[in-house]
Design a protein around this ligand. Structure first.
Ligand code: ZN
Length: 126
């Protein structure tokens, strides 16, 4: 990982972090407004669940972005947290917050699916 591309990823990640923080803040406002007016309706309960799930997804992504920014600071960015090999530049270009190489990510996703927990598959999104 050259200095220049680390700088580039830092800029991308910092922008993503700001964007997600803003989305999450707006979502919070919406959720509060809704639950105050329409607490009792079943349909709203499922809508609220959906909103909460979306916030979960975005919170997870925000955590991953923050962790990637930390890895840039401590110099481990671009290195797989499991096998410690370099993450391919192609993968980082698609998923700058990726913490694992594609092989370890696939293994981790498989692991999670087997445990029936589908959250945090965002490493493969985008
Ligand atoms: Zn790996």
């Amino acid at each position: 990982m050259t200095m220049a591309s680390t700088d580039m990823f830092q800029a991308i990640l910092a922008r993503k972090e700001a964007e997600l923080a803003l989305v999450l803040r707006n979502r919070d406002d919406i959720a509060i407004e809704k639950s105050a007016d329409q607490m009792d309706e079943v349909q709203d309960a499922s809508e609220r669940d959906l909103a909460i799930r979306n916030v979960d997804r975005e919170s997870i992504l925000l955590r991953q972005v923050k962790a990637a920014l930390r890895r840039i600071r401590d110099g481990s960015f671009g290195t797989c947290i499991d096998c410690e090999w370099a993450i391919s530049p192609k993968r980082l270009a698609a998923v700058p917050w990726a913490s694992r190489c594609i092989h370890c990510q696939e293994a981790a996703d498989r692991d999670r699916q087997e445990r029936g927990n589908e959250s945090e598959t965002l490493g493969n999104a985008a």
